[in-house]
Structures are given as structure tokens and as C-alpha cells.
Design a protein around this ligand. Structure first.
Ligand SMILES: Nc1ncnc2c1ncn2[C@@H]1O[C@H](COP(=O)(O)OP(=O)(O)OP(=O)(O)O)[C@@H](O)[C@H]1O
Length: 683
């Protein structure tokens, strides 16, 4: 088939010319970024940086397996693989904005670290749209529509191309979420008892949306509780559990919780925070509520499901979790595939409460499930059913002034309750107003708050690729103070103190590599800390050993046997007398640290600096965010919002005003089908 004459860069180069090898400026023969096999069209898009060699390889292999030779179909498959890396579940070939985004060379973080100086080849034009769609629809590689055959590696549904595995995960999430929303209301104790319990646990007028969330969770199998920092999500979870325990008529007289409750979060750190915060709130309740609610334990979602390998869990559709209530915090970080596994593993009658802030960065892996669930248009049949739960009706009326409030009812039909009132009592802090201005996309307001430099925020306006000593002084001092404290506690064998020191200050960046990447900043902070501890305190007792007392660790893969998961952070501390050289790694809750011998550790990195993605789910007393230049594709609104909301007391943003503006101006777009109705009607 032919290609059109206007393309990704408005170019007129011909596509598919035999064997053309494009000059790429910086690349050379043997460059691993260049595909060595595959159709010419794909290799040209590869040389232009629009698809990676691995994408071409996958498309080429699937083409061979299914007998598909049309290069435009294989290009669409390669783009789908690329899109997954960017977090999209599928590609929309009819979406101008998405095609424009795919026209840019991929994420400078991966293919071409900033500053590499390489100029990519000019990309060929996109295939002509109608012919492209015809070729996809006729392809033996592609199943057509939701009802198409199950044995093809890709699927074309409603103008979107998926790798079939992701399509199936999306369908699973859609089906199981819809089934929970459509299911008849659960009937706990009588309405009077529920009303009384709600009034006892949410007594104040300002609690009304929190009460609505609890009432909803009492009657429904899915509640999505959202809100920004300090809006009382965790407080609501704890009180909601007390309500559920109270109204659950177990028919037993046994003391303690009647319902089996699981608390979970995507990372160990987030799980530890959740457990601590929920227990604190439960501890402040009346004695009967405290006793009924017990001391809920939190774990990672992986551990809850019984992780065995990336695709295998102990609990699944054929072996459900035993719990009556499952609460997941930091749901914005849960990728599509994990959400599908979680939903499959739940008993249909169990209540699921998803908690999170949809304005934060989405998961590292593909999907933006929380954002999609919140933004889905309501399904009319669900909306009609909302008032049938009387306490929800009453509370909803009180919260909105009207049961006909369209937006509120539409959200409730999807199980969504959004908390909007900030309850945190730090009126002098500028961090929450800063976060709100970022979320609202108001770059002028963001810069005003940052430049005012009061209330625990600071802007160091500088070119972050060429920082001088003056620009980094504050960051240096914070890093060294925290590093000194960390090393001192680690040397003293004080696991709790060392884990607490780990949360004192964190340098955050957007990129993994390049002049403003993690690798450079981790090395820089490490050198500063070593200089500061020049008495040799951070020298390994065994020369050349990586097990240096005071070394902060980031786990980079899952190890269920040891109980450590990708993203967990810890620190190496001395065991016994420092001179003996015995070292142990400690992780998790400072009050009950997990101790792991170094020979049992899964792969770890030193974590003096981390990407904002990695920092999600954690909080630090002080944060220094080093922004990349404004052209960075990773500079997004969600990145800035997530970084700023990691700080409890102080956030320093190092970067240019243009970089701040670029971040605020670019909300992330992730393609998925979850927000759209299923073509051909509900599943
Ligand atoms: N209805 C309420 N009335 C008064 N204070 C409240 C209410 N709800 C929560 N708070 C207080 O507001 C603060 C923040 O609450 P909480 O930690 O539950 O919020 P959050 O949304 O989970 O915050 P984050 O996401 O930042 O952890 C706490 O000090 C809590 O005691």
C-alpha cells in the first residue's frame, strides 16, 4: 500500500524505498538503537527515533508468525509496543494529538539521553489513514472488535490497536468493575443502625463527603475515594472500617473485628504509611469502635495476592482472597495488569475501596486505571440505581444540596466520592496552595507561590545542566545534613533512626540518565556525603565491598521469599560492634523493621537520589526537585504535582521558569479504552 505525502514532521520523503539506510547523524553501524532486520518502512521510522529496535523486532516476529507482511500493519504494531512503554495501553490511529505525540522521537530518557547531541533522521510520512485502517482490518495478525478471535496477537477495537494481552486485561477490569457497580446493594444492618453509626463516626458538618464515602462503602461493592493531599482520605478509610465493622451483622458475639479486612498499597513504603496512619486514627476512636476495628495490617498488593512471578499469583479467579473488605491506597500507581489480577482475586461479594489522588503520576507500567475510573462517563443504568441506597441518598443530599446534582450523581454512579476540603492544619504552608495551582494548570500562580519563597517552598532559578556552587548550596546542605544523620544512626546500629533519617531529605529528578538524571545526582550526593564523613565512616569494612554502612538502598526487583518488592527502600546498618564488620539491611516500618542479610538481598541500587516516579507513595520532610530543561518529554504536570506533594515541610524546585511552565502546561495523556463504552454494548 501507499503512504501519504504529509507525515510526522510534515516531510515529503518516500516511505518503503528499497533498503534505504538513513543517515542519523550520531548513530553508526552497530548502534544497538538501529534495527538490523524488518521491513524498510519500520527501519526508517526506527532510524528517525519513533520506534525502538526492540519494537521493530517484536512487530517483525509477530508478522512472521501470522504471515502478515504489510509494513503499515507492522508499523502500527511497533507503535503499539512503543506506546506501552510510555504508559498507554493501546494506540489510537485516528487521534491527531496522539499521532503528533508519536511523531516525536521517543522519550529522550531512553533512546537519546539529553545532551547526547544526536540528530535523528527525518521520519517518513504516516500511512494514509483510511488505507492504514483497511490494512489493519484485513490483517491475519489482528482480531477485529471485542468479539474477534482469541488467538491473534493484536486487536483492533473502536479505532484503537492493542496487543491482545492488554486488551484482555482492560476487558477484565471493565467487566469486573461494572459488575461491582451493577450488583444489587449489600444489605448490612438496618438503615437506622447505619445512620446512627455514620453520625457517630462522622459527626461534624465538614465530614459530609467522608460520611458519604463510608455510606457508599457500606452498601456497595466498589467505592473510589479520591482527593488531594490532606483532604482526609486516610482518616476516612479508618473510620469507614469502623462503620463497616459496626454494621456487619456477623451473628457472632466474638470480640474484635467481624469482617476480614486487608489494607494494601503498591509499594512497601506506602503500605507502611497506610498502616501507621490507619492505626493512629483507629487509636483515637471510642473504645468499642477501637475494639471492633482492631489493628488492621497493610501489605503490598503483590504480597496480598501472593506474588509468584510477574504473571502468577496464589490468589486468582479460581482461588479467591478470603477478605470481606479490601482497601487499596495510592491506587494511581496500580497498573492495568495488576488491577485486573486484583479484581479477579476478590470474592464477588467483597467490598473494594480504591483510594488515591488521580492528579498524581500514573503507574510506571501501562494504564491509568484510577484516572480512567474517575473520568469515565457514567453508565445510565448505574446512575439510576444510586438513590436506592437510602443513607447514600440522604448524605448525598446533604453534601450537594440536591440529589439532582448531575456531576455528583454521575460520579457516584461510578462509585466515586471526591474529597475536596483540606483538613490539614498547617495554614502557613505554601505546599498545598502550590499543589492546587499545579493541578489547576495555572503556571503564573505556580511561579508566584514558588518565587515568594515562603511557607516551605523555594525556587532556585537555574540552568540545571550547568549548575554552579551557589545554585546548589541549599540542596547540598540538606543532602549532607540528612546523609550525616543516616550514617551516624547506621554506624550505631540504630535501625529505626536510620530508617527515619532516610525520610529526612530526598533529591528527585525526572530522568534516569543524562546530566539531570538519577545516576548523576545519586553519585553527586554520595560524593558530598562521603566528603562530609571524611573520617572514613562510610568506608566499607571489607575493602571493595558494596555493603557500606549507611548506604541507602532501593530494591529494583521483586523477591517474595525475602519479602522485598521493587521500589522498597532501606539502609545498611552495622550489626553489633562496627569494627566487627557485620552489616544488615533494614527496610520498612522504623518501629518494626524487616532485617535482611546482604547475601539474601535482591538487586538493589544506591538511592541518594530517585526519580519522581520512584518516590510516589513515599513522603519526605524536605524535597529538592531538580527539573530537566523545558524540552524534556518527561516534564509533565503530574510529575511536578507528585514531586511537590511528596514534601511534608519544605520543597525546593531547582530549574528554569520555562521548565516550570512547560511542566504545568503538559498534562500526561495515556491512551486506553476504559473511559469509552465498549463498541457493541456492555460486556
Ligand atoms: N473531617 C475532618 N475534620 C477535621 N480534621 C480532619 C478531618 N479529616 C481529616 N482531618 C485531619 O486532616 C489531616 C489530613 O488527613 P489525612 O492524613 O487523612 O489526609 P490524606 O488525604 O490521607 O492526606 P495525604 O494523602 O496527604 O496522606 C489529619 O491531621 C486529619 O486528622
Amino acid at each position: 500500500m501507499t503512504t501519504s505525502q504529509t507525515g510526522p514532521a510534515g516531510t515529503t520523503s518516500s516511505a518503503g524505498t528499497a533498503g534505504t539506510r538513513l543517515s542519523t547523524g550520531s548513530t553508526s553501524d552497530g548502534d544497538v538503537r538501529l534495527a538490523v532486520a524488518g521491513p524498510d518502512l519500520l527501519r526508517e521510522f526506527n532510524a528517525a527515533g519513533l520506534v525502538a529496535a526492540t519494537d521493530v523486532h517484536v512487530a517483525d516476529r509477530l508478522g512472521r508468525l501470522t504471515g502478515e507482511e504489510d509494513p503499515t500493519v507492522l508499523l502500527a504494531v511497533a507503535l503499539t509496543v512503543r506506546a506501552l512503554r510510555g504508559g498507554s495501553v493501546c494506540v489510537r490511529l485516528d487521534d491527531e494529538v496522539e499521532l503528533a505525540a508519536l511523531s516525536l522521537p521517543e522519550d529522550a530518557d531512553r533512546g537519546d539521553p539529553l545532551g547526547d547531541g544526536g540528530a535523528e533522521a527525518t521520519p517518513p510520512p504516516w500511512p494514509e489513514h483510511a488505507a492504514w485502517v483497511r490494512a489493519i482490518e484485513a490483517s491475519p495478525l489482528v482480531a477485529l472488535g471485542a468479539g474477534g478471535p482469541d488467538d491473534r496477537p493484536a486487536r483492533w477495537v473502536g479505532g484503537r490497536l492493542y496487543l491482545d494481552r492488554y486488551w484482555r486485561d482492560e476487558l477484565t477490569v471493565r467487566r469486573l468493575v461494572d459488575a461491582r457497580l451493577q450488583a444489587p446493594p449489600l444489605e448490612p444492618a438496618g438503615a437506622d443502625r447505619l445512620e446512627a453509626t455514620l453520625s457517630r463516626l462522622f459527626p461534624a458538618a465538614g465530614d459530609v463527603r467522608q460520611r458519604l464515602a463510608a455510606a457508599h462503602a457500606a452498601g456497595r461493592r466498589l467505592t473510589v475515594l479520591t482527593g488531594g493531599p490532606g483532604t482526609g482520605k486516610t482518616t476516612t478509610v479508618a473510620r469507614l472500617l469502623a462503620v463497616l465493622q459496626d454494621v456487619a451483622d456477623t451473628g457472632t458475639q466474638a470480640a474484635g473485628p467481624g469482617l476480614r479486612v486487608a489494607l494494601a498499597a503498591p509499594t512497601g513504603k506506602a503500605a507502611a504509611r497506610l498502616q501507621e496512619a490507619v492505626r493512629d486514627v483507629v487509636g483515637s476512636l471510642a473504645p468499642e469502635d477501637r475494639e471492633r476495628t482492631g489493628r488492621p495490617e497493610a501489605t503490598t498488593v503483590h504480597r496480598l495476592l501472593g506474588y509468584r512471578s510477574a504473571t502468577r499469583f496464589r490468589h486468582h479467579a479460581g482461588h479467591h482472597l478470603p477478605h470481606d473488605v479490601v482497601v487499596v491506597d495510592e491506587t494511581s500507581m496500580v497498573p492495568l495488569s495488576l488491577m485486573a489480577r486484583l479484581l479477579e482475586a476478590l470474592r464477588p461479594e467483597a467490598r473494594l475501596v480504591l483510594v488515591g489522588d488521580p492528579d498524581q503520576l500514573a503507574s510506571v507500567e501501562a494504564g491509568a486505571v484510577l484516572g480512567d475510573l474517575v473520568a469515565r462517563p457514567p453508565v445510565a443504568t448505574f446512575e439510576a440505581s444510586v438513590p436506592s441506597v437510602e443513607p447514600v441518598e440522604a448524605t448525598s443530599r446533604a453534601s450537594t444540596g440536591s440529589t439532582n446534582d448531575g456531576a455528583e450523581r454521575a460520579a457516584l454512579a461510578n462509585g466515586v466520592v471526591r474529597l475536596v476540603t483540606v483538613h490539614r492544619q498547617d495554614e502557613d504552608s505554601a505546599i498545598l496552595p502550590l499543589a492546587a495551582a499545579i493541578r489547576d494548570g495555572d503556571a503564573d500562580a505556580v511561579l508566584d507561590v514558588l518565587r515568594a519563597g515562603t511557607g516551605g517552598v523555594e525556587l532556585v532559578e537555574a540552568d540545571t545542566e550547568r549548575l554552579d556552587e551557589h545554585a546548589v548550596r541549599g540542596l547540598h546542605d540538606d543532602a549532607v545534613d540528612a546523609g550525616r544523620r543516616l550514617v551516624a544512626a547506621a554506624r550505631a546500629g540504630d535501625a529505626a533512626g536510620a530508617l527515619e533519617a532516610l525520610s529526612e531529605h530526598r533529591v528527585m529528578v525526572a530522568h534516569r540518565r543524562g546530566p539531570v538524571g538519577v545516576a548523576r545526582w545519586a553519585a553527586q550526593v554520595e560524593a558530598w556525603v562521603e566528603d562530609a564523613a571524611a573520617d572514613g565512616s562510610v568506608t566499607p569494612s571489607v575493602p571493595g565491598s558494596p555493603w557500606v554502612v549507611g548506604r541507602p538502598l532501593l530494591v529494583t526487583s521483586n523477591d517474595a521469599d525475602v519479602g522485598l518488592y521493587n521500589g522498597d527502600t532501606g539502609v545498611l546498618v552495622a550489626e553489633g560492634d562496627l569494627a566487627d564488620g557485620a552489616v544488615v539491611a533494614v527496610f520498612g516500618d522504623p518501629r518494626a523493621p524487616l532485617r535482611v542479610r546482604t547475601h539474601r538481598l535482591p538487586p538493589v541500587e544506591t538511592v541518594h537520589a530517585m526519580t519522581v516516579h520512584r518516590a510516589q507513595g513515599s513522603q519526605f520532610r524536605r524535597v529538592s526537585l531538580v527539573l530537566p530543561p523545558p524540552i524534556s518529554p518527561l516534564l509533565t504536570r503530574e510529575l511536578l504535582y507528585t514531586a511537590v506533594t511528596r514534601a511534608q515541610e519544605f520543597v525546593r524546585v531547582v530549574g528554569s521558569a520555562d521548565a516550570v511552565r512547560a511542566a504545568v502546561a503538559h498534562p500526561v495523556r495515556r491512551a486506553s479504552g476504559l473511559r469509552e463504552p465498549l463498541p457493541g454494548g456492555p460486556s
